[in-house]
Design a protein around this ligand. Structure first.
Ligand SMILES: NC(=O)c1ccc[n+]([C@@H]2O[C@H](COP(=O)([O-])OP(=O)(O)OC[C@H]3O[C@@H](n4cnc5c(N)ncnc54)[C@H](OP(=O)(O)O)[C@@H]3O)[C@@H](O)[C@H]2O)c1
Length: 257
């Protein structure tokens, strides 16, 4: 199903020879798993563009596992960084899939002390990054009349946890934008969905204080952390399911029910 020429039927997911999948934050825990899963599930049909910001070693480790993949460094909170990623991807092929995964969850700031620096950091990385990449890659996909975008939100978009006001706001806005882009890009043959991880074992959560970690686990019905591969499977489901559009899918073990 995946490998026939895609122009034949707009409503079907079809991958062509020059198609690439861009994964932002592929140097991180979830992004690395997403990149490996896309490579494996597409049986190598989608060439991987592995984005990283500061951790080149981690990006190169993923690249070594994925034949034909290439790495791109960019700070996606900046206009220049986003342009670097777009231009680098376009120089290598036709963007068929974009996974907006890069994100930050720090600093933790109590509501009464949220700072403008914190606002710029969360909104710049977690919201401006995915928003303008959706716009720019979305244009390319719309021109080709095919493509799919997956945004990585967080269970904290719908849960009040002390210190996470700006993180929560950035992810809630990302979910709203997912639906908006799904509405406007759907008629152009481009699907947009979001996955909503709960508490996943990655460098992001490794850095939590033990008492915070224990408090989070208390709120998960399954009583354990999730693995990045579980999120990656859900991202793949969004990529391959050709009638899925505007969906926001939780993969959280029943956290915060
Ligand atoms: N882990 C969880 O429990 C969890 C739960 C819900 C949602 N999420 C979301 O899942 C996504 C991935 O999280 P993770 O747990 O895999 O975190 P992670 O291991 O800390 O990875 C974060 C990634 O984001 C990149 N990044 C950070 N700031 C950036 C910037 N300004 N420009 C470009 N890239 C930047 C990092 O790049 P470098 O390392 O190369 O600098 C890294 O690849 C995030 O959007 C996060 O909010 C995670």
């Amino acid at each position: 199903m995946l490998f026939a020429p895609r122009k034949l039927a707009l409503e079907s997911v079809k991958i062509m020879a020059n198609d690439i999948a861009v994964v932002t934050g592929a140097s991180g825990g979830i992004g690395a798993a997403v990149a490996r899963t896309i490579h494996q599930k597409s049986e190598g049909a989608l060439r991987l563009c592995l984005h990283y910001n500061g951790n080149k070693n981690a990006a190169e480790a993923v690249q070594r596992d994925i034949p034909g993949s290439f790495i791109v460094q960019a700070d996606l909170s900046t206009t220049d960084g986003r342009k670097v990623l777009l231009d680098s991807a376009l120089a290598e092929g036709e963007p068929f899939a974009l996974v907006n995964n890069a994100g930050v969850d720090r600093p933790h700031e109590p509501a009464l002390t949220v700072s403008e620096e914190g606002f710029d950091r969360f909104i710049g990385t977690n919201l401006c990054g995915p928003l303008f990449l959706m716009r720019d890659f979305g244009r390319e996909m719309a021109r080709a009349e095919a493509g799919t975008i997956v945004n990585v939100s967080s269970v904290l978009a719908r849960m009040a946890v002390p210190g996470s006001a700006l993180y929560r706001a950035s992810k809630a806005a990302l979910e709203a934008l997912t639906k908006q882009f799904a509405e406007e890009l759907g008629p152009k043959g481009v699907r947009v969905n979001a996955v909503v991880p709960g508490f996943i074992e990655t460098p992001m959560t490794d850095a939590l204080r033990p008492e915070m970690r224990a408090a989070f686990i208390d709120r998960i019905a399954l009583g354990r952390l999730g693995q990045p591969e579980a999120v990656a499977e859900t991202v793949w489901h969004c990529i391959e399911s050709d009638y899925l559009n505007g969906a926001v899918i939780a993969i959280d073990g029943g956290m915060g029910l």
